[in-house]
Design a protein around this ligand. Structure first.
Ligand SMILES: Nc1nc2c(c(=O)[nH]1)N[C@H]1C(S)=C(S)[C@@H](COP(=O)(O)O)O[C@H]1N2
Ligand SMILES: [Mo]
Length: 322
């Protein structure tokens, strides 16, 4: 499980077997009453047809929307991952050589426990949840995606962040040999992102390992990526190799590239336009209806997750802190 770690995660920090079983039986109890469904399974033969692995023991998590999810095909053929090119189908077309296994993540900085961990070690003992989230790209398109992961806060607390841990900085892997987009300087590589510690530990924030019940395809950020559904898509950094707890606000790739257009917060906000386009509406991508014919719908403040996250920004001028 843990490999090459300098220090083991203290056992007291790992969810005890009984808590885990109780949680499972609570969920099973709810399922029996019909209050929650079972987690979505991949369309038949998805694991076989795509080379992805079916994720075991996924339970339905909180905060899922009732809106029907986009198809696996929409989700895996239309997105942004500039390490593989800047076109919407480039990630799908150019990520075939990428090797997401084996994988190691460094946990560093202001925490009592730091070290290098494999994905299983990072997540061990924390139940995988499916969360069907609304996702909103800053380019004004959106999708509904059934992600699978664990709350990032549950992972971080095992490393016992110190009182100086005010921010969490993330880094994507740097592998120009496997990532053709990194051979061009469209962005400064490696891609970096950050959250405040309050955002990182908000229950909505998901450290994500799968979609539609199977492990992430390369183009969606295999093997491990971030999802913060109240923020524009670019905050969801992919293929993470470093998680650093720190006192100072970390730089972020899109803020470095175009500071006037992309701020640190990047909260979905229909009232603050991007300098070159409106953020008031969005195009909901749908099979056969992408492009000109996609449905245009109003964008919601915090992407509709205000109840969970608006308190994080009270007293902050959201026009200046975009
Ligand atoms: N490393 C890396 N992560 C990234 C990006 C990227 O170019 N590089 N693009 C971001 C943007 S702009 C979006 S909209 C989402 C899209 O991917 P998804 O549909 O898999 O969430 O990934 C985000 N994460
Ligand atoms: Mo995006």
């Amino acid at each position: 499980m843990l490999i090459r770690n300098k220090t083991d995660i203290p056992t007291s920090e790992i969810t005890s077997e009984t808590t885990y079983i109780n949680r499972r039986s609570v969920i099973a109890g709810l399922a029996a009453t019909g209050l929650v469904g079972t987690a979505r399974t991949a369309p038949s033969n998805l694991a076989a047809g795509t080379g992805r692995k079916e994720l075991p023991g996924v339970t339905p998590g909180p905060f899922s929307t009732d809106e029907p999810p986009n198809s696996y095909e929409d989700i895996t053929t239309y997105n942004n991952y500039y390490e593989f090119g800047t076109g919407k189908d480039d990630p799908h077309r150019n990520s075939g050589d990428f090797q997401p296994e084996p994988w190691t993540v460094r946990v560093e900085g202001e925490a009592e426990v730091t070290g290098e961990f494999d994905v299983e070690g990072l997540l061990s003992g924390i139940g995988l949840e499916e969360r069907v989230y609304r996702m909103r790209c800053v380019e004004a398109w959106s999708m509904i995606i059934p992600w699978v992961g664990v709350p990032l806060g549950e992972v971080l607390k095992r490393f016992r962040p110190t009182s100086r841990a005010k921010y969490v900085a993330f880094q994507t892997v740097l592998r120009p040999d496997e990532m053709p987009g990194q051979r061009r300087r469209v962005l400064r590589w490696p891609y970096v992102e950050g959250l405040t510690i309050e955002e990182a530990t908000n229950p909505l924030t998901l450290l994500t390992v799968g979609v539609y019940g199977v492990t992430l395809p390369n183009q969606n950020g295999a093997p491990l990526r971030l999802i913060a559904p109240w923020k524009y898509g670019f905050k969801g950094i992919k293929s993470i190799v470093s998680i650093r707890l720190q006192e100072r606000r970390p730089p972020t790739s899109w803020n470095i590239a175009a500071p006037r257009e992309y701020g640190f917060y990047a909260n979905v906000n229909p009232e603050v336009d991007h300098p070159r386009w409106s953020q008031a509406t969005e195009r909901r991508i749908g099979s056969g209806f992408s492009g000109l014919f996609a449905r245009r719908i109003p964008t919601q403040m915090f992407n509709g997750y205000g109840e969970q996250v608006a308190h994080l920004y009270s007293g902050l001028d959201l026009r200046r802190n975009y």
